[in-house]
Design a protein around this ligand. Structure first.
Ligand code: P6P
Length: 341
């Protein structure tokens, strides 16, 4: 008989339970957002299963979904993109989707109902790293629709980041993690493959106010503005009082670099340069969701002049410089970029 004395893991908080209990933070919650997030975690598990096989493709030969051609990475991008779309298109929670891998909006099939939410996602960020078995991930961002009914439109998608109602990422690394926020803190879950459940492993993540790690592709140093060059040079100078020199860490998967920054503190930068004035990262699929998460954890994210979440998007795939991480580090970077230091 189950009694209060029955041993039960005290911390056995599954992601599904956390999502459903999180509804209490939203008066009038209908459970639709919970259903949407649950759909995403199922998609994440399916992508994880395929990603973990990628390294074996050359050993196991052709899989039922992917051949062993040189474009295996591209196939995984496509697989992740289609898996997320097909996991979400029939749930009735969305009126439209948009993916970094697709030029145009992704409409909900006409035989399924439209919902009140909008989903944007980067299906496999850092996919170029798969062959080197380096951490990659999927990033998502959820808004409420702004049009009244029917299929979603570009107006429903092109909203500033501060209107997000949820954001998160799945991290495919040494273990699989799911990190998300619905505006009440940031919470991380780690997949326990033995039960197939995501268990709460990082409750209410708070980013340190200041770190000692900087993360950027210094191969672009020659293209950077003098102010950006001066900032990174500053981080490398010996000064015990300010914890310098900082350590340099750069994975080349933004989702992994930002996740480390979230846990350890410091700053991740992808500035504009003489070749790509807006940098490389996408506002809607990478910068907005990760900025929402980092701000919810007590950090900051700017494009070098203004808060990322206040940037008014003009196009679906627009790029935007990014400085994200500990509050004091982002502020320091901004002072250099504004010529104040
Ligand atoms: P670079 C991956 O393609 C990505 O969008 C981010 O995940 C990553 O941080 C960045 O590009 C890497 O770009 O120019 O440093 O190779």
């Amino acid at each position: 008989m189950l009694t209060s004395q029955t041993p039960f893991p005290q911390k056995f908080m599954t992601l599904e339970r956390h999502i459903i209990e999180g509804e209490r933070n939203h008066p009038g919650a209908t459970g639709k957002l919970s259903g949407l997030l649950t759909g995403l975690l199922i998609a994440a598990k399916l992508v994880w299963r395929e990603v973990t096989k990628a390294g074996l493709v050359n050993i196991l030969g052709t899989t039922d979904r992917m051949n062993i051609s040189g474009d295996i990475v591209k196939k995984l991008d496509e697989f992740a993109d289609q898996t997320i779309y097909k996991s979400m298109d029939h749930l009735g929670h969305l009126c439209v989707m948009a993916s970094e891998e697709n030029e145009d909006l992704l409409q909900i099939p006409t035989n399924y109902p439209n919902g009140k939410y909008v989903l944007l996602y980067d299906p496999l960020d850092g996919s170029g790293n798969i062959d080197a078995n380096i951490t990659i991930g999927s990033i998502f961002s959820v808004y409420r629709r702004v049009t009244s009914s029917g299929p979603g439109t570009i107006q429903d998608v092109l909203q500033p980041g501060h209107r997000q109602v949820a954001a998160g990422y799945a991290l495919f690394g040494s273990s699989m993690m799911f990190v998300y926020t619905t505006g009440h803190g940031v919470h991380g879950f780690t997949l326990d493959p033995s039960v197939g459940e995501f268990l709460l492993s990082h409750e209410n993540i708070r980013i340190p106010k200041k770190g000692a790690i900087y993360s950027t592709n210094e191969g672009n140093f020659g293209r950077w503005s003098p102010a950006m060059q001066k900032y990174v040079h500053y981080l490398k100078q010996e000064d015990e009082a300010t914890g310098r020199p900082y350590s340099a860490r750069y994975v080349g998967s933004m989702v992994a670099d930002v996740h480390r920054t979230l846990l350890y503190g410091g700053i991740y930068c992808y500035p504009g340069d003489t070749k790509n004035t807006k940098g490389k990262l996408r506002l809607m699929y990478e910068n907005n969701p990760l900025a929402y998460i980092v701000e919810q954890a007590g950090g900051a994210a700017t494009d070098g002049t203004k808060r990322i979440l206040d940037v008014l998007p003009e196009s679906l795939h627009e790029r935007c410089p990014l400085f994200i991480g500990s509050e004091e580090d982002v502020r320091c970077a901004q002072e250099f970029l504004e010529g104040k230091r």
